[in-house]
Design a binder for this molecule. Structure first.
Ligand SMILES: Cc1cc2nc3c(=O)[nH]c(=O)nc-3n(C[C@H](O)[C@H](O)[C@H](O)COP(=O)(O)O)c2cc1C
Length: 410
């Protein structure tokens, strides 16, 4: 009798284990957990060595920069006649409904340039850039975006001067975890503030030198608890406003890559690691999003995004803003350049910088919140180009997808 019971229990136990294993394998398979993550190649510090043209080597450093919605919406043109320079354009095919004026993309191009500068310096080159050499856009038509480069980049022989920032470029850019309660102290804030006025120091700042490049731009830090509460609550309202615009919500869903297959195929967009998922949990989430596609829709995305927005608001001791005197295209690029510079320097202090652009966006449903932001935090005029939370992260994050730079060349 006992032997039969034991036998039945063993059969039941084996069945449970088998079903669990099959489910795990199915989830892992749906997630693509067994695939090689080709989309991470550009984060490899040796990636640039795969190119013989130094311009490509420099671009290989730019591609890992933070960029809006991870769309990497740039095109690069390298002429055969002039081997020392190349042109950078917005990619009109990647124009987003959430960024209808390509403003955030131009901020992203500034970050791209800042990363290229740090890379160039390591390669013994000096990088200079000329913004909008064919003039600024009149609109955002495809023709204009392809005719008017964001920048002409020129490389000349420089000094090999390894920047302290170099290794930080290969660390995760955006850590969206809860931050510790303590804000960076005044000494660190003063040192970061000084970056804006730093004169050109051997490529540590822009070719033009920080002081000229950032002229007129304001960098603000907010650590006062009342400000921190208010900005956090506006950011949560901004998230709600994003999901009140059906076309923006649908776009969010569309550019979220559900599994390793999609990440390897697109190499752009949002993915599970951006929210801190790793290992088993990442594969479980990706497997579920793939196996049950109907369960992952704009409503479930909204619920999770609001959850994170509130978590961020509750766990941020400091915000920073980059404000430009005018909202010109060149100013947008410079704002992104300064943001990337501050972000890289912040890493030296163990600080994370996480942009929260929702309340600054240019689509219609954001008009009133954008106005409130400007009334409150730029009352003397100017455009807030970047808002980011800053603090000491409490969790490790993983890197997200990047395209092979050959895909950006026209
Ligand atoms: C101009 C700009 C705006 C951004 N806005 C946001 C944002 O609103 N929310 C967010 O979580 N990340 C934002 N980011 C960060 C990007 O989403 C991030 O860089 C991208 O997803 C790739 O991640 P990674 O740089 O950590 O690899 C922004 C970055 C830039 C340069």
């Amino acid at each position: 009798m006992r032997a039969r019971k034991k036998h039945r229990f063993l059969k039941f136990f084996t069945a449970v284990i088998t079903v669990t294993l099959i489910m795990l394998l199915a989830l892992g398979g749906a997630s693509g957990g067994f695939l090689q993550a080709d989309y991470l190649e550009p984060h490899n510090p040796d990636y640039y060595r795969g190119f013989s043209d130094v311009r490509m080597q420099v671009i290989a450093h730019g591609i890992i920069s933070p960029n809006s919605h991870n769309m990497q919406a740039f095109l690069l043109s390298l002429s055969d006649e002039d081997e020392d320079s190349f042109f950078m354009y917005c990619d009109p095919a990647k124009l987003l409904k959430s960024d209808p004026l390509m403003r955030e993309n131009l901020c992203s191009s500034g970050a791209f340039i800042r990363y290229m500068e740090v890379g160039a310096q390591r390669l013994g080159l000096e990088l200079a850039f000329d913004l909008f050499p064919e003039g600024e856009y009149e609109d955002v038509s495809e023709q204009e975006l392809l005719e008017k480069p964001i920048a002409k980049i020129t490389l000349t022989e420089g000094e090999f001067a390894p920047s302290a920032l170099y290794s930080h470029m290969f660390e995760v850019n955006v850590n969206r975890s809860a931050y510790r309660k303590d804000a960076p102290d005044q000494r660190i804030i003063s040192q970061l503030m000084a970056r804006k006025d730093a004169a050109g120091s051997g490529g540590e700042t822009a070719g033009e030198g920080g002081a000229q490049l950032y002229e007129g731009i304001t960098l603000k830090f907010f650590t006062d608890p009342a400000d921190v509460r208010e900005i956090g609550s506006l950011a949560v309202r901004g998230k709600e406003a994003e999901f009140s615009a059906p076309e923006v919500a649908a776009e969010y869903l569309e550019i979220t890559r559900r599994n390793e297959y999609q990440k390897n195929s697109f190499r752009t967009g949002f993915s599970a690691e951006g929210q801190g998922f790793k290992g088993f949990l990442k594969n479980a989430l990706q497997g579920t999003m793939t196996a049950l596609p109907f369960a992952f829709n704009t409503r479930t995305l909204e619920i999770s995004q609001l959850h994170y927005a509130k978590m961020h608001a509750d766990n941020t001791p400091c915000y920073i803003m980059v404000i430009t005197p005018e909202n010109t295209r060149a100013m947008q690029v410079k704002a992104g350049h300064l943001y990337a510079d501050i972000m890289l320097h912040s890493k030296m202090y163990g600080l994370a910088v996480h942009p929260l652009s929702q309340t600054l966006s240019d689509f219609e449903k954001m008009d009133s919140l954008r106005q409130i932001m400007h009334n409150n935090y730029a009352p003397d005029g100017g455009r807030i180009q970047m808002l980011s939370r800053m603090g000491y992260p409490t969790e490790q994050y993983e890197q997200s997808a990047r395209q092979d730079i050959r895909a950006l060349i026209i």
